[in-house]
Design a protein around this ligand. Structure first.
Ligand code: UD1
Length: 414
């Protein structure tokens, strides 16, 4: 059984670069399958979810080469329109291929998705979006098939789902006429996908409350560089804050960090932001945060909620986190309590800060939860064993190496 072994209590010091954003590259790779040219993507993170996406492109009939952080994709040979159950079960975001394939080939089939277990993860908004674009959709418990020539229309999302917005936006590039998506995802990764699609010849206009897509019929290749990973950046900043260290992250700014930057200030950290870096200094004494609601962008991101839970478990007082995005994103709570945290749950997480955490054996259940356990272990007294860290490698490039370079005592045993 694989594990991370962490001797906690070392303050993190040093400088690391932020990798390309997982949540940007995955939908971009999905949309790249809809182009009929060659796509070159720079700053592509070396994470297992990227390999799964590359696998899907190959299964569909395309070619992929990933070298030195550059992903070369040739989608011209794609001749299949169904995602295999094997790859879909590895990664829920494989659904991100559907909008593009439906647009380009007028047909797509998708089995029920897999990925992290984060409570209910329905795909009704994706399917409703395809139907609104005039696709015929047949679905049962094993998956769905969508077919037909798409027509532009107005779509009002009842919830600003990231994946549904991205799939509808990509599909709409191939529709006849104009599509307007109201109440869309405003995440920077959605904007990054729009920028990528525009480089491929799309006509997408992202506004504050809607996204307008003018159908263009086909997408060509392009060169594109992915935005930095604000979630990865936040994770390392939280780790430094908890251990009382000082680190500099290169390749990201305060603006890109958004609400996370404010939360770190509220927690009592010193932050300095320059044009291309952020430096955090922490005394190790952290202030609690009365109440923080996790919500779609520009709110505090759900992908940093578990790591924030770790951080606040060491704050001097009581904090409350309300997770409104994923109802099942709570499996780190029990594991953090094994390390001496005092967290209880009703409709929110109630975190009574403790003076210190202690080493323990803890189980990763999902990607971000695993990252949260790791940063707690880095700050804890004694040795921790984090089981099944492969969840973490789905989304963090060189996770162990980056932490080691900051002085962490961490080893991976496969
Ligand atoms: C994306 C991110 C994920 C992040 C999440 C929220 C990628 C690859 N993944 O996931 O890391 O945690 O955004 O920021 O970018 N929902 C429905 N019906 C649907 C779709 C979603 O009810 O058809 C609900 C979900 O159950 C969930 C909420 O909407 O409660 C948010 O999901 P969504 O924004 O779609 O997240 P993902 O795109 O899956």
């Amino acid at each position: 059984m694989s594990e991370l072994r962490i001797a906690g209590g070392k303050k993190l010091f040093g400088k690391i670069s932020v990798s390309g954003a997982k949540n940007a590259i995955l939908p971009i790779l999905g949309a790249a399958a809809a182009t009929d040219g060659k796509v070159t993507i720079y700053n592509c993170p070396d994470i297992t979810d990227v390999y799964t996406s590359a696998e899907i492109i190959k299964e569909l009939g395309g070619n992929v080469l990933f070298e030195d952080g550059i992903m070369y994709i040739d989608s011209m040979g794609i001749n299949k329109t169904s995602i295999s159950a094997n790859t879909a079960s590895k990664m829920r975001s494989s659904i991100t291929f559907c909008g593009g394939l439906l647009g380009r080939f007028k047909e797509v089939s998708f089995p029920i998705p897999g990925g992290c277990v984060l409570g209910d993860r329905p795909i009704d908004l994706h399917i409703d979006g395809f139907k609104a674009l005039s696709a015929e959709v047949f679905s049962d418990e094993s998956g769905f098939t969508a077919k037909g020539r798409l027509k532009g229309t107005d779509i009002h999302l009842r919830y600003p789902s990231v994946g549904a917005t991205q799939n509808i936006m990509t599909a709409a590039c191939f529709a006849d006429g104009k599509t307007v998506i109201y109440n869309p995802s405003k995440e920077p990764e959605t904007k990054d996908l729009a920028d990528f699609l525009n480089m491929c010849g799309a006509k997408i206009n992202t506004k504050s409350d809607k996204i307008e897509v003018e159908g263009v019929g086909n997408l060509s290749g392009c060169f594109y560089s992915v935005i930095p990973d604000r979630i990865e950046a936040g994770t390392y900043l939280f780790a430094a804050a908890m251990t009382g260290g000082k680190i500099t992250l290169e390749g990201i700014t305060a603006t890109e960090l958004g609400e996370v930057y404010n939360v770190l200030l509220k927690a009592g950290c010193e932050l300095k932001s320059s044009e291309n870096s952020i430096t955090l200094k922490s005394s190790g004494i952290l202030s609690p945060i009365d109440k923080i609601t996790v919500s779609p962008y520009p709110g505090f991101p759900t992908d940093l909620q578990p790591q924030l839970t770790s951080l606040l478990s060491l704050a001097k007082g009581k904090s409350i986190i309300e997770e409104t995005v994923f109802n099942g994103r709570n499996r780190h709570i029990n594991e953090l309590n094994k390390m001496g945290a005092n967290i209880s749950e009703d409709s929110s997480f109630i975190i009574n800060g403790v003076p210190s955490l202690h080493g323990a054996e803890a189980q990763c259940h999902d990607l971000r939860g695993g990252a949260a356990l790791t940063i707690a272990a880095l700050a804890a007294k004694g040795t921790s064993i984090i089981k099944d860290p492969e969840y973490i490698f789905r989304g963090y490039e060189n996770f162990v190496e980056k932490l080691k370079s900051l002085g962490a005592d961490i080893e991976y045993y496969s």
